[in-house]
Design a protein. Structure first.
Length: 216
């Protein structure tokens, strides 16, 4: 299959799997991550085909969407079915494997440029106005409350405990979203992240002010 056809077929495949999700991991998340990843890839000189293909497939095996099971078969099954060959399949699976955030104290830095680009794009979509919308959507899908002043944020140092967390959604800002700015892997990603980070800080200020009865 030619690269262009593989991308088109993969987009259709991913849309069919992710349509209708309401946890913030729907098709439009993939669409935004692909757009951001392509912008970063062009500036950073990464391989555009690898970045686009990995961006399209990056969440279909995600633990958040598979009932916390770490499944890694849908990506390789799909690429094998398309006749992508072992080398390309291995490369894409490797990129995707390095993308996911696994807890505040878990090191997920990488030396692979395509992985750096995709990791930054995926994390940027967890920041700013979109990130705020997604994090509350995800919290709601998991039955989490919005905020409880009595429950303090936890800096998870292992992936298992991070996955099991049932804390209110506001805690997620401190356990993940506000940490992302300093974990960007590319210069382009860092520049985008600073602005999105500032917006989240503004949002939290306003949230606590309203919580305490201000801005009535
Ligand atoms: Ni994602």
């Amino acid at each position: 299959m030619e690269n262009k056809t593989l991308l088109t077929e993969t987009e259709l495949f991913v849309r069919s799997i992710m349509n209708g999700d309401s946890s913030g991991h729907d098709w439009w998340h993939i669409h935004r991550v692909r757009t951001l990843a392509m912008v970063i890839a062009r500036t950073e000189g990464a391989d555009l085909f690898l970045v686009e293909l990995a961006a399209l497939l990056h969440d279909i095996d995600d633990w958040k969407l598979n009932g916390n099971k770490d499944e890694r078969n849908k990506v390789s099954d799909w690429l094998t079915k398309c006749g992508a060959g072992q080398q390309l399949t291995g490369k894409i699976c490797g990129i995707i494997d390095g993308v996911s955030f696994k807890g505040a104290g878990v090191d997920t830095s990488t030396s692979d440029l395509e992985c750096k680009v995709l990791q930054d794009a995926d994390r940027l979509d967890a920041m700013g106005a979109i990130g705020i919308a997604r994090t509350f959507a995800y919290g709601g899908s998991r039955g989490r409350g919005i905020y409880d002043p009595a429950i303090q944020p936890v800096m998870h140092t292992d992936f298992e405990n991070y996955k099991k967390s049932t804390a209110p959604t506001i805690n997620h800002f401190y356990e993940k979203l506000l940490l992302l700015k300093d974990q960007m892997q590319t210069k382009t990603g860092s520049a985008y992240a600073s602005q999105r980070h500032e917006f989240m800080l503004l949002y939290l200020d306003r949230f606590y002010a309203e919580w305490n009865g201000l801005y009535s």
